[in-house]
Structure formats: C-alpha cells, structure tokens
Design a binder for this molecule. Structure first.
Ligand code: ZN
Length: 325
C-alpha cells in the first residue's frame, strides 16, 4: 500500500456583490500537490497541478497573502475535473491519504461532488499527521502549523510554504519522522460522506493508554436533531474495553442542543464520559459523532459539575422569563 501525502490550496469568495459564495462550493481548489511514498515511506513520485478557477475569479485577500499563487498563473492550469481525474488515477488502487489537518479530504470531495464526479470509496480513512504530531510530542489537543513542525524536526527549509507541492513535500518529510505504529493506530475518518444506513455507521476504538484512549462513533444522517438524539445507536454507551452496554450515571444533557455530555460506569473499567456533537451536513441532514472516554473520579466529578451549572443557568433563565411582565 502507498501513502499519498496530499496538500491542497483553495480560494474562496470575497463576499462582494460580484463575488458571492456559491452553494456547495465554499472553497474552490486551485492547486493539488502530492507526494507518493511506498509502504516503507520511500519516495515513489509526486503530482502537481495548478487549477484554473471556474467559480471564484478574484483571489481572496487571505489566500493572496498566504500563497504566492496569482490568478494569472492559474489561467495556465487545468479545469478541476480534468486535474482531479488525473490525480485520482495517479494515486493508484491501493493507498491511504496523509494530510496536515482535517480539511483537505473534505474539501477535495466537496469539489468532486460540485463537479458531479464519483467520490472516494466509502469509508474514507486517512492519517491526519498534524493530530498525530500532537499525540506523540504534545498534549494531543494542540494543533501546530506545518512550518512550526518543520522547524521542530530541523527539516531544511528548501522552499516557501503554502504552495501545494512544497507543503506536500514538507508533510512527507515530517511523516517519515513519526512513529508509524502511532500513525496507523490513530487514523482519521472523513465525514463528507455520511454512513448511508445503520449498517454503514462507523465505530472505531483507539486504545493506547500512552497516547489517548477513546472510542468514536459516526451516525447516519437524520432529518432533524431530535431524531438524532432519539436513536438508540447514537445514545448507547458501550465500554470499548469489555463491550458491556453500560448503565448511565448521568443521562445525555446539553446546553445548546449541539453538544451533549453523559457519564456511564463500567464495573471493570470505571467511569466513562460521553460527548455527542451534532452537525449539519451539506445535504441538509443532521448526524452525530460520539466520543466515549474512560475517566477517573476527577473526570466524573467534572461532568457532575457541568450538569449542575447548566441546571442552575436554566433555573435562572426561567426565573427571569417568569419575572418579565
Ligand atoms: Zn468495561
């Protein structure tokens, strides 16, 4: 299996009267850069293509500041569909994407969808090396810029940043320095394509106590948020060590109907905290991602506190509303 280390540059609307955002394409890809490595992470080749925009014809000021790409240069590129088709062919049959951050695979597929191209085979797993770097070298939560980590590893600065092919090369250099077992254990899942049915829903367990230990579930799409939280496969809290269906100490509660928390207890493995995030997909459907994580007494106490805080706020709000004549 090959690794395709991918970096994209994209442009967006300036939100002026002549340049309004277009439905289904908030970010238009203007450059694809990729490095192919074999299973031993040795260089196999690279892909680079500049793309002529068909939607946004002004360079957004942020894109213009970040990259050295000019609209003039883009005019000598290819249309997205042509470029993307050659890119996908170049990737081959057996590969996994590696990226810096979680956005590239989503935006690639969103652009493919905009041009009615067949999407990547479902489910789309990839390695987010920005996340992996944080797991191994930092707290797992911080997210560092590519230039920070290039500097961290003393990788020679041969090219500028924010050009797709140079960033892909830097990302490949970083990839070679990361422990491959950790990279493979902490794979990411792109949610641009939602599970089409209950059977296709995703449940992944990440359990290495040295780095981070949790389970992740991604639901199919629902018509509205209430239906999401009414679904048993969304709200269940199995222990990811012993597979027991756990009883909840605190049922799912929320302060904003987008994020829910709960607390369960496993007789063998102790407290487990849950977090559900409800998101709206491009297709108008709502879906949930659920993280379950074993925790200690202190972690459990925090969930109790959070629930108490929300209850207090709600009571105060009710009192205020009742006091209004
Ligand atoms: Zn258990």
């Amino acid at each position: 299996m090959n690794y395709i280390v991918l970096d994209l540059e994209w442009n967006q609307s300036e939100c002026t009267s002549e340049d309004m955002p277009v439905d289904g394409l908030p970010f238009e890809i203007i450059e694809i850069g990729a490095v192919k490595l074999n299973e031993n992470r040795e260089y196999e080749g690279e892909f680079h293509q500049v793309i002529t925009p068909q939607v946004y014809n002004h360079m957004h000021h942020i894109t213009g500041e970040l990259t050295s790409i000019t609209m003039k240069e883009l005019q000598s590129g290819q249309a997205f569909a042509t470029a993307c088709e050659s890119f996908i062919n170049w990737c081959g049959d057996d590969f996994i994407f590696c990226t810096w951050g979680p956005s590239d695979i989503t935006e690639l597929q969103r652009n493919m969808n905009y041009y009615h191209m067949p999407l990547l085979p479902y489910p789309v797993y990839y390695y987010d090396l920005q996340k992996i770097f944080s797991l191994i070298y930092e707290d797992g939560k911080a997210r560092r810029s590519l230039d920070y980590v290039v500097n961290f590893f003393n990788i020679p600065l041969s090219e500028e940043f924010h050009r797709a092919i140079y960033d892909a090369r830097y990302t490949a250099d970083i990839f070679k320095k990361l422990d491959i077992e950790v990279v493979k254990t902490y794979f990411s899942i792109d949610t641009y394509q939602l599970p089409a049915s209950k059977k296709e829903e995703i449940y992944a367990v990440y359990d290495d106590e040295k780095y981070n230990s949790y389970s992740k579930y991604i639901s199919r799409g629902f018509e509205n948020k209430l239906l999401v939280m009414a679904d048993k496969s969304v709200t269940t809290t199995p222990c990811y060590r012993c597979l027991r269906k756990l009883k909840k100490k605190i049922h799912w509660f929320s302060c904003n109907s987008r994020i829910y928390y709960c607390l369960s207890y496993c007789p063998d493995h102790g407290f487990m905290k849950g977090k559900i995030r409800i998101k709206k997909h491009d297709n108008g459907m709502y879906f949930a991602t659920r993280i379950l994580k074993l925790t200690d007494e202190e972690g459990a106490a925090k969930i109790y506190e959070r629930q108490a805080e929300i209850r207090k706020k709600r009571r105060e709000k009710r009192r205020r509303t009742a006091a209004t004549p």
